[in-house]
Design a protein around this ligand. Structure first.
Ligand code: ZN
Length: 93
């Protein structure tokens, strides 16, 4: 999983803001499994949209996207072509 600084830089590059509060909330060590749960994307996305607008919700989704990408690419002994296809299938490239 990319460290916080990587998430902050990605947000700055994309939006001009670091959205630190969002990234820290997602990566809370005590709650990170619940907060990276893709079945909660609608619920948490709405929460961030209410607080930070559409851009904040998008940065939350981008965080999940980037973590998925990083995690899957750490896997060893997998068929790379199948892995890339699976990630592309879910919009993670
Ligand atoms: Zn994360």
């Amino acid at each position: 999983m990319p460290p916080l600084e990587v998430h902050l830089k990605t947000s700055i590059d994309r939006t001009g803001k670091d959205y630190k509060e969002i990234h820290q909330w997602i990566d809370d060590p005590e709650k990170k499994y619940e907060r990276h749960d893709v079945t909660k994307i609608l619920e948490f996305g709405r929460m961030f949209e209410e607080k930070y607008g559409k851009e904040g919700a998008e940065e939350y989704i981008r965080h999940i996207h980037d973590d998925l990408n990083k995690r899957f690419h750490k896997l060893e002994n997998v068929d790379r072509k199948m892995l890339d296809d699976t990630l592309a299938y879910f919009g993670v490239k």
